[in-house]
Structures are given as C-alpha cells and as structure tokens.
Write a protein that binds this ligand. Structure first.
Ligand code: LLP
Length: 423
C-alpha cells in the first residue's frame, strides 16, 4: 500500500500527523467523520503562487467555492488574497469576515437580481457577466441604485481543458460565458449601456487541468481579443484567467505555478494590465483530509467491504466524478498485509463509495482512516442526505488545533422546519 504524504501531512512512528499535531489525538477529541486542514499548507501554496508572478502586475482571488469555511477564507484574506464568490451566500461569508469590497469579485452563470443588487450595494470590485441579457439586467439594477457597475465578460475560448467532462467549462458546448466569435460585438453593445463600465475580460476553462497547454492556447486567443477590444476605445484594465490548476490526487504529473508563469508570461506581459487569477483547488485540495472510522468489515462473495462512518454525504467526489482519493490508516501497522477492498459509506446508494477495489492495509473495526486530498470540494459539497449531520472542520496551526466549524446537531437538521397541525 502506497502512502501519500502531501506537504505537512506525514507519518511519524507510523502515526499520521498534520503539521506537529497527531491526527489520532485530534480525533480522540472531535470524533469522526471530521475534516482536518493545515494552515501551513494553505499559506505555503498561496505564497508560492503569488511569488511565481511577482514580476507581473497581478492579483489572486481565492475561489471560495473550493472551501468556504470562514476561517479558511480568512487565512487567505490575511495573506492578501482577494476572494472570488459565486453566489450571494458566498458573498455573505466574505462580508462576514470583513473582506474589503475591492478584493471581492463575483462569478456565476445565473446570478439573480437579488445577487446582483447585493454585489453592487457592497461595491465589489467586479461582476463577471455571462451573457448580454445578464449585462442588461446588471445595467438596470445599477441604474436603480444610481451606480456604475464594473463588469468583465466571461468569454468562452472554445479550448479543450482535457479534464473530466463535468468540470470542463471552456468548450463552445459548455453553458459558460459568451461565445468568443461574437465577443467583440457584445463588448461594443455593452459599452453603450449607461450604468456599466466594462473594465476587463475573463475566462475560466475548467478545473483539475494538469498541463499548461490549454491555458496557453486559451490565453493566446483571449489576449488577442483583449487587444482588439481595447482598440475600439473600451478601456479594459484587467484580464482574469480564472482558476483550474490541477493537483496530485494519485500519480498525476502536474505543473507548478512557476511552470505556468514561464509558459504564460510572454503573452500576458504584453497586455500591460492587471492579471487576475482565481485558484481554488490548487490552494486547498492537498491541505485537507477527511478522517473516518471503520465501522464494519465484511466479505460478500469474494469482495471485501470496509464500511466507514464517512459517506458520499461528506465527500461526493468519488460518486460524482469517479474521483480518486488516497485512503490510508491514521495509524499504520507495517506487519499487516495489504488487501483489496471497496471503502463505502452507510448511505443507501450503491454509488456511495469513497474508493473502489482499493489496495489498503488490512484493518479492523474501530480503526481510523484518512481520506487524503479533500481540502477542496469536500465539505462545501457535503449534504444532509439520509438525515446525516455534516462533519466538523478542524484547522491545525503548528501544534495547536481549532474547531473552525462544529459538528451539526439534530437541531440543525430541523432548522426552520416544523410540523404544521393543519396538514
Ligand atoms: N473560477 C471559476 C469561475 C470557477 O467556476 C472555478 C471552479 C474556479 C475559479 C476554481 O477552479 P479550481 O482552481 O478550483 O479548479 N466540484 C468539482 C470542481 C468544480 C469547479 C467549479 N469551478 C470537483 O470536485 O472537482
């Protein structure tokens, strides 16, 4: 069985540690299932990304959809990051931690009038529009508020990001953005709207992209478009290349921010504008683990099942995208043999699995298992299906740990729901 030890997650005397804290010790206090994050990991990734572009005018907007725990958002915000929010709910979180409005940008393929109004009232840096129809609504709402809305169109470059089809967003067949072929026309129409200032151009071609080539291809196309739009007299000031930088979950060969910088700097430097990034997964995925308890082991015919107290409700990525996550014991016993098992949860769906046909050290009920690389799109996609209470989120900082969000209670499950006598 191969162990995966990203960044500050490492084994010491056969015990898994996050930074200087033993995972076993944390779990003995908070129980399972629980998410555990490393502040050191988040900090190092942010700095690494930032430094790779230090000779270009740039800003990073952490895509909070990947992990919107208030304290995780605050860690990035304190490092100087901006925040990319995708809904009024995420904006609410950004406000809650007191983020400077000039450091918030809003994405979203179907923003409601309420969301647009809230964004404009808070005076955020930028709203990214996904259609001319939406731009007109933004113009109307801004007019009612007597404001000028700063907007960038998200342009779909029609580039294949070569990732899972569910998280590929930059192909013409995807729902995202305006078509690159009529972007110039749309910018011209949009620039005449009274309450709109078209300040930039935006793209986001997909997620978990493992080579720089799709970025280079899309950025080349968009840089050309950017220059043409500027030549019409529309004073664009920023180009947002989105997020999507892939990470290692299994044995993927991924690129570093430095390699991305080397590949795209020759193009972006020519634009002489602010370059914006919206990384999510890169900053958070390998900075988190989900710890589960093995409840039962059983053999049906020839197949071994390890039933854990974590399920698709805690981590839906395996069920939804057949995503791979390393699963390894929190305490390893090198004398045990390696077997193959399906690691599954208690939810009443056959699609409820954490790992299939996976090599793992033979374990017994009561042992704790770490599901690695779950700092991104883990807790944020958790649900209450089957009446399950969502897990807590713990942040480790050196040899201390903090409960950044507690475990849900039964009361949480019934929030604002009551039995109506008349029914
Ligand atoms: N910007 C925009 C407009 C996005 O839609 C996304 C992600 C990002 C930035 C951040 O992308 P990242 O750097 O994290 O790849 N639930 C899926 C991933 C969905 C990504 C959605 N958009 C998963 O678990 O793989």
């Amino acid at each position: 069985m191969q162990l995966f030890e990203p960044g500050p997650f490492h084994y010491l005397n056969n015990k898994l540690f996050c930074e200087h804290k033993s995972v076993e010790e944390i779990i003995s206090t908070v129980g399972t299932p629980s998410y555990i994050y490393s502040k050191q990991y988040f900090t190092e990734r942010f700095k690494e990304f930032d430094e790779a572009f230090n000779d270009v005018s740039h800003s990073i907007f952490f895509a909070v959809k990947s992990n919107f725990n208030l304290n995780v958002m605050k860690i990035f915000s304190d490092l100087g990051s901006g925040l990319d929010v995708n809904s009024a709910g995420e904006l609410y979180r950004a406000k809650k931690i007191g983020t400077d409005p000039s450091k918030i940008i809003m994405s979203g393929v179907g923003k409601t009038k309420e969301e647009i109004k809230l964004a404009l009232e808070y005076n955020i840096k930028l709203i990214k529009a996904e259609s001319l129809e939406e731009l007109k609504i933004i113009n109307d709402v801004a007019g009612q508020l007597d404001k000028i809305a700063r907007v960038a169109f998200r342009v779909n470059p029609n580039v294949d990001a070569k990732t899972h089809p569910y998280i590929s967003t930059g192909l013409a067949e995807n729902k995202f953005g305006i078509d690159a072929s009529n972007a110039e026309e749309i910018y011209k129409i949009g620039s005449d709207l009274k309450n709109i200032a078209l300040t930039g151009l935006d793209m986001h071609i997909g997620s978990q992209i493992t080579t720089t080539a799709p970025f280079v291809e899309a950025i080349e196309k968009m840089a050309e478009l950017y220059t043409r739009i500027k030549s019409f007299g529309i004073p664009l000031a920023h180009f947002d290349i989105g997020g999507g930088i892939g990470v290692r979950y299994k044995d993927e060969k991924v690129f570093t921010p430095q390699e991305l910088a080397t590949a795209i700097k020759p193009i972006i430097k020519q634009l002489n504008c602010e370059i914006m990034f919206e990384p999510g997964r890169y900053l958070t995925a390998n900075g988190g683990i989900l710890v589960a308890e093995l409840l039962y082991t059983k053999k049906n015919r020839n197949k071994m099942f390890y039933v854990t107290d974590a399920a698709m409700t805690e981590l839906i990525r395996p069920s939804l995208y057949s995503a791979y996550h390393h699963v390894q014991p929190v305490v390893i016993n090198s004398e045990r043999e390696t077997i193959k098992a399906d690691i599954v949860g208690p939810v009443c769906e056959s699609s409820d699995f954490i790992a299939k046909n996976r090599e793992i050290q033979q374990c017994q009920a009561g042992q704790k298992l770490a599901v690695m690389s779950t700092g991104a799109y883990g807790m944020v996609m958790a649900s209450n299906y089957n009446g399950r209470r969502r897990p807590p989120e713990i942040i480790v900082d050196g040899d201390k740990f903090y409960t950044a969000r507690g475990r849900e209670s039964f009361e949480h499950l019934l929030w604002d729901e009551e039995v109506i006598k008349e029914i």
